[in-house]
Design a protein around this ligand. Structure first.
Ligand code: FRU
Length: 440
């Protein structure tokens, strides 16, 4: 931590990017009507009001609100000019869009504000941690602290953590995530060393969480064909830690504990197949709520959305389970199968000794009892026990499948909203609801 730099807080007054004609918030606003009019755009799932979004960033609960930030290109429907978009919600379901929280400081040689996390100091002050990308320097970890009480303005603390100071040489060093364990704050980053994906561990060296000391490599990805880890993040479930890493388009969870600065795991498995760059809401007590990025690339005026917020749990043998948050129930409107529209929610039991094939507004869901593989159009998951129940959400071009009380989860997306109609043969004790969309 360079003290001179710590003192130099950079106020985020004017968000207009040099070289960009438009203010980023105005640029987003100018595409909202077009994004809203697209029937393929999910309305139950969270997405940016318009334009491109990818990873969720720094979701946390504070002062009665759930906040979510996200990787955002305000200037287009493709990746670029990374900013942090911002929204808040009382219930994880109904979201209020807020102005862009963090923009690149071009005057400081910053081109992109990459992914990161939010944590609270011991005395409850929020701090954002993110990777600052500049065209003429190595990635650095920067911080930002609130400049107003509703968290819509943030002051940057540039150059908070650099590899030069720590004498490390991690490739693709990014995506800081901060967590508390045993009264101490720790920070992890992704990247790779000598061609292997690694997670670095740091400990806080000051109470304001703006100064960090490198402790070493917390975790090396077990498979040698993985050279880089993105978005490491930790969830405390029961008495254990779950380390989630994003690798080759998938989120993988390792369940275990930290011993002498190393992560030792007893279980490993994919989480919410189809989602990427996971984050867990911070400051939610014993509750751990998962969100991930759902990638789309072909839409006009918008791309990308978040997987449905889901409560995390663990099976006895340490595998992560996900269940849609109960707050989603507020969107339910009674509907029979014949009345079922899109978006909709469906629950039912299954005889896991028989094959199953469902059709849901253009999506297919099938199950093979011999291999125990559950399949959607683009995703598969192997179930550890025969299929016994399904909990399904159809939302425009988005599908979420929770199998066996969340032991297997698939998130899928079609290039566009499919045809209408549901074929649910083989599903027993069926319950169906239309969902009142939370956003226009
Ligand atoms: C993951 C990721 C992160 C990076 C961000 C950039 O999708 O590549 O590693 O910080 O997206 O937008």
């Amino acid at each position: 931590m360079v003290l001179e730099v710590a003192a130099a807080l950079v106020a985020l007054g004017n968000l207009t990017m040099k070289g960009q004609e438009q203010d980023p918030n105005q640029s987003v606003a100018s595409r909202v009507a077009e994004a809203k009019a697209d029937p393929s755009r999910p309305t139950v799932h969270f997405s940016a009001p318009a334009q491109w979004m990818n990873d969720p960033n720094g979701p946390f609960f504070y002062d009665g609100w759930y906040h979510v930030f996200y990787q955002h290109n305000p200037f287009g429907e493709r990746w670029g000019h990374m900013h942090w978009g911002h929204a808040r919600s009382k219930d994880l379901v109904h979201w209020e869009d807020l102005p862009i929280a963090i923009a690149p400081s071009l005057d400081l040689g910053e081109e992109h504000v990459f992914s990161g996390s939010t944590a609270l100091t011991k005395d409850g002050k929020p701090v954002i941690f993110y990777t600052s990308i500049g065209p003429n320097r190595e990635p650095e970890q920067w911080a930002a602290t609130p400049a107003n009480s509703d968290l819509t303005k943030w002051s940057k603390h540039p150059h908070m953590l650099t590899q030069k100071e720590n004498g490390t040489n991690v490739a693709e060093w990014r995506d800081p995530f901060v967590f508390w364990d045993g009264g101490k704050a720790y920070l992890v980053t992704g990247g790779g060393r000598m061609g292997r994906g690694t997670v670095e561990l740091y400990t806080a060296a000051s109470d304001d969480l703006l100064s960090w000391k490198h402790l070493g490599v917390l975790f090396t990805y077990p498979d040698s064909d993985v050279g880089n880890i993105e978005c490491p993040n930790m969830a405390h479930i029961g008495k254990e830690w779950v380390l989630m890493v994003s690798v080759k388009g998938k989120v993988e969870a390792f369940t275990g504990s930290i011993k002498d600065g190393k992560f030792v795991y007893r279980a490993r498995g994919a989480v919410a197949e189809g989602s990427y760059a996971s984050q867990v809401f911070q400051n939610t007590g014993s509750r751990q709520v998962y969100v991930g990025w759902m990638k789309t690339e072909n839409h006009k005026a918008w791309n990308g959305y978040l997987s449905l917020p889901s409560d995390m749990g663990l099976t006895k043998d340490g595998h992560v389970t996900l269940r849609p948050v109960k707050e989603l129930g507020s969107l339910r409107r009674a509907a029979t199968l014949a009345d079922l529209e899109n978006p909709a929610e469906i629950m039912g039991s299954v005889d896991g000794s028989k094959p199953l094939s469902l059709k849901l507004c253009g999506f297919t869901v099938s199950y093979d009892p011999v291999s125990r593989v559950l399949r959607t159009d683009h995703r598969t998951v192997w179930l550890r026990s025969p299929l016994r129940n399904l909990h399904l959400f159809v939302d425009a071009s988005a599908l979420d499948v929770y199998a066996n009380d969340g032991e297997g989860v698939l998130c899928d997306t079609l290039p566009e909203r499919g045809e209408t109609g549901y074929e649910l043969t083989g599903l027993g004790d069926v319950k169906t609801w239309n969902l009142a969309p939370e956003r226009g």
